[in-house]
Design a protein around this ligand. Structure first.
Ligand code: ADP
Length: 257
């Protein structure tokens, strides 16, 4: 009888701690949703004044009677506002991707076409840096079950990072493979690489490497946080393998349509 009482007590305790855990998870989800909403609202509110600033700088630049120093000042304001606009856009996307209450509406998306579009958008930089960019995909059409905007973000962020962090004359390969239930996307570059320490924080919001070769290039440190958040929204997975000075591979698994 004692034993039964003991077991019952333990079962009760387990049930209680399970219930407490469930409550905590629900509270965390709520807080996360609140944070996403706050960021989304703030970013949204910042968008209009920024558009006004950029509109006016453009107008001022067109004015013929500006002194060279006034022209320099206006150019500086424009650069700052443009950078802020990119940041605000990224924050808005990050907030939406991380909001558990946001609607999720996937449809079959042609991943190969998305990759070709992303590479095309980078054509000017690819030519300027004389990079060898190869897209390696099977003949059959590879569709993922995903949100079209999300796929564009994932692919363009990974491809543009590979191009950005690979020195002139380097190579970037984007390959697609069909697995049983998933599609695998690998973005491989022969660039500056990422140290082991940096790899641990790579997907954190605002993380930028301290590698001098990376610091010199502009960025917000939000790109990979956005990619990870979108991938997880699709029940996918993202991993990174890299050797400093040799190159980096980002691999993404997404559900097959
Ligand atoms: P951003 O490029 O705007 O700084 P990301 O979130 O896209 O932000 O990337 C975070 C950091 O990870 C970058 O600052 C860079 O140091 C590193 N990184 C990302 N992709 C690569 C890559 N392909 N090769 C080397 N470093 C990379």
């Amino acid at each position: 009888a004692l034993d039964i009482g003991h077991d019952l007590g333990r079962a009760l305790l387990n049930a209680r701690s399970f219930e407490r855990e469930r409550q905590l998870v629900a509270e965390l989800r709520e807080l996360n949703s609140y944070k996403s909403n706050l960021i989304a609202t703030l970013s949204h509110e910042l968008k209009n004044p920024l558009t006004a600033i950029l509109g006016h700088t453009e107008m001022l630049e067109a004015s013929p009677e500006l002194t060279p120093s006034a022209r320099n000042s206006i150019a500086a304001v424009e650069r700052g506002a443009a950078r802020m606009q990119r940041l605000v856009d990224d924050l808005l996307v990050l907030a939406r991707a991380g909001d558990p209450h946001a609607a999720f509406d996937p449809s079959p998306i042609d991943l190969h076409a998305a990759v070709l579009d992303a590479v095309d958008l980078m054509r000017v930089t690819i030519n300027r840096k004389e990079l060898d960019v190869v897209v390696d995909a099977p003949d059959e059409s590879l569709k993922v079950l995903a949100e079209s905007d999300g796929i564009d973000r994932i692919v363009s962020n990974l491809v543009s990072n590979a191009i950005k962090y690979t020195p002139e004359g380097g190579r970037v390969t984007v390959s697609l493979r069909a697995l049983k239930r998933q599609v695998r996307l690998d973005v491989v570059d022969s660039g500056i690489g990422i140290s082991r320490r940096d790899q641990e924080q790579l997907f954190s919001e605002f993380f930028r490497s301290t590698n001098p070769a990376a610091v010199a290039l502009p960025g917000t440190g939000l790109g990979l946080a956005i990619v990870k958040s979108i991938v997880e929204r699709h029940d996918g997975r993202i991993t990174c393998e890299s050797t400093l000075g040799k190159g980096t591979t980002f691999s993404v698994l997404l559900p097959r349509a």
